[in-house]
Structure formats: C-alpha cells, structure tokens
Design a binder for this molecule. Structure first.
Ligand code: GLV
Ligand code: MG
Length: 347
C-alpha cells in the first residue's frame, strides 16, 4: 500500500500537485461529440453555452479508420474554442488498443492546458488507474501543464464492478465514474441488445390470486450497479454518473432512467443526442419544490441540530443534511443559470 503521506505527491518531477478536493463544478450532462466530423466541430461555439461538459469521443462509435481524424479533430476543437465554465473532456481509447498512447501524448502535447478530464473506458482495477495516473503526470511534466488532469473511469466490466471501491480510491486524480451499461451487459453475459434502460421481461409478477389477472412490474436492471457505484464514489469524495441511454426515440424512458440515477445520488448522465441535453438539465437540477422545502428546513434549523415539524413532517439533523445537499446543488445551478434563483426562491 502507498504511504498515506505520499498519496498527494506529484508522480513526476515538474507535474502539478494533485488536487486535495475536487474542483466544484456543475456536470449535469456530459455531452458526447464525434470530433472527426467537421460539421460537429463547426457547431462547438454554440454547443459550449448549452451544456455543462463537452466530451470529444475517441473510443467506441468512432470507426477504426477515423480514429486518427477524431484525435486531430479533438485537438483542433480544443484549441479553437474558449470553454469558460464548461468542462472539456475526452474519452480515450482503451488501454489495450493501438491508439491510446497517441491519444494521450498528442492531446496533452497540443492541448493539455485546455483539458479537464480524461474518461478511461473498460476499467477493471486499480492497475488501470495507476498506469494512466503515472503517464498523465509524465506528460503534464513534459508539456508544462499547469493544472492536474483528472481521471473519470467507466464502470463497464464485471471485474470493474467487483473492484469498484478500490478503483474509486485509487488516486487523488479520480474525478468520478460513469455506468457503462452496454459494455457491462456484454461483460456480464446479460441477455440484452440495448444501450442502457430497462427490459420488458425483467420484472416481478404479482402472486396468484385465484383467476385474477396478475400484474407484472418492470424493474430497473441497473439499480444494483448504480447503488454500488454511488457508494464507492461518495465514500471517496468523487462523483457518480449514469452513462448512455441509446434509444433516442424514447425520451420518457431516458428521463426515468436519468431520474432514478439522480435520486440515488448521481451528479449527471451522458447526453449522446441533442434531445437528451434538456432532459439531463431538467433531471439533474433539483426540483424547485424540493428546493423550497429544503430551504425551509435549513432556515428552521440554523445550526442543523434539534427537531422541528414542517408541514406536518419531522425534521432533524439527518433531514437537515439532506436539505443541504439539495440547497448546495441549487446554488451551483444558480451560479451557472442565474434565472433559476427566482424559481428556487433564492433571489
Ligand atoms: C458505454 O461506454 C457503455 O458501454 O455503455
Ligand atoms: Mg462502453
């Protein structure tokens, strides 16, 4: 085990010191763009104002013969735009691919100071994080990058799920984790052909009651994994995200899946299609009624102790803490979208 006193040391001479606390950022949607497409790059200035994170995807969904173009396109879009409060991430190819070394060396060499987070696919254990951690430090040092680049793992292999706690604690460079339901389904041997969401046959049949028709309730295939991921992340002070929802024609189901993730503790989800941006913004911003109620709790218990009744409901130290989670998130939303202050009753 690494000595606790060495945990926050830079891993290469000349690399920036790792963060001790994650930068506080609103990351409701991680919006995926295919950077090899010129028309997509041309829309970047408009997109930056509409999303919390722009992610240039280099991995799955980018054809093998477009990998180099995608990397070049990402570097181009990183250099050509100012991102302000919007995060700039890239999803690199996986560690056993022929492209990943060039992804990292070229992107850090040419646009490292613009990059906030590297998303690492198919993470199986701490060894994947440690490798990337070391390499990023070497490249930060070589290219004089001023702020540490964070790592975001995709939880999308059975082995990754088994090792999820260790992955979350692997490095001070860890930003968080996203559920990757498509690869995870394959890795687990699940019998589905979807990118996230439910399955009509996965559910519970009500008990027999004579000849009465029996209700069947579809269940959430991802509940177990999201819960494990959220616990691993929150226990280590990093953030959990739901990943992709592949059925662009079913906005209602996308919203339901995102909302389950939000309620269970996730900070955001991926948007793969423009129609999913608004859904993520709505779902991962706290509900105005919840915010107003949370503000009442915080106001009624200024030091966060004791017990009070509000609208017939008992509040104590624990509900005060829940209220703080909601109020803090609402403040973060307002810092990005000032018009929300009036809607939240925070004006
Ligand atoms: C995402 O990468 C997934 O496999 O679902
Ligand atoms: Mg995947």
């Amino acid at each position: 085990m690494k000595l606790p006193s060495h945990f926050y040391r830079a891993l290469a001479t000349g690399a920036p010191a790792p963060y001790r606390e994650l930068p506080v950022r609103l990351e409701r949607m991680i919006h995926f763009v295919p950077p090899h497409l010129e028309k997509v790059r041309a829309k970047l200035p408009e997109l930056i104002g509409q999303v919390d994170v722009v992610l240039g995807n280099l991995e799955d969904a980018i054809p093998a013969d477009a990998k180099e173009e995608a990397r070049k396109g990402f570097i181009q879009l990183a250099k050509a735009n100012e991102f302000g409060k919007t995060g700039l991430w890239t999803r690199i190819n996986c560690l056993n691919s022929p492209w990943v070394l060039d992804d990292l060396t070229q992107i850090l060499g040419e646009a490292g100071d613009k990059l906030d987070v590297v998303m690492l696919p198919k993470v199986e254990g701490v060894w994947d994080i440690h490798y990337l951690d070391q390499l990023l430090a070497q490249l930060e040092a070589r290219y004089g990058i001023q702020k540490p680049i964070l790592i975001h793992a995709i939880l999308e292999t059975a082995q990754g799920v088994v090792n999820v706690n260790e992955i979350a604690a692997a490095s001070p460079r860890m930003h968080g984790m996203s559920l990757g339901p498509a690869d995870l389904a394959a890795s687990r041997g699940m019998k589905t052909t979807r990118v996230g969401g439910g399955h009509p046959s996965y559910g519970v049949l009500a008990d027999k009651a004579g000849d009465a028709p029996r209700a069947f309730s579809q269940q959430d295939l991802w509940h177990y994994t999201v819960a494990r991921m959220v616990d691993a992340c929150q226990a280590n002070g990093i953030k959990a995200f739901y990943g992709p929802f592949g059925d662009f024609s079913d906005l209602e189901a996308c919203e339901a899946q995102f909302r389950n993730a939000f309620l269970m503790g996730c900070a955001g989800a991926w948007s793969l299609h423009p129609s999913q941006i608004g859904i993520a913004r709505k779902v991962f911003s706290p509900d105005p009624e919840e915010v107003r109620f949370a503000l009442k709790i915080v106001e009624a218990m200024p030091d966060g102790t004791g017990a009070v009744m509000i609208d017939g409901k008992m509040q104590d130290d624990a509900t005060w803490k829940q209220a703080r989670v909601i109020v803090d998130l609402a403040r973060l939303v307002v810092s990005r979208e000032p018009a929300m202050a009036a809607i939240y009753g925070m004006a």
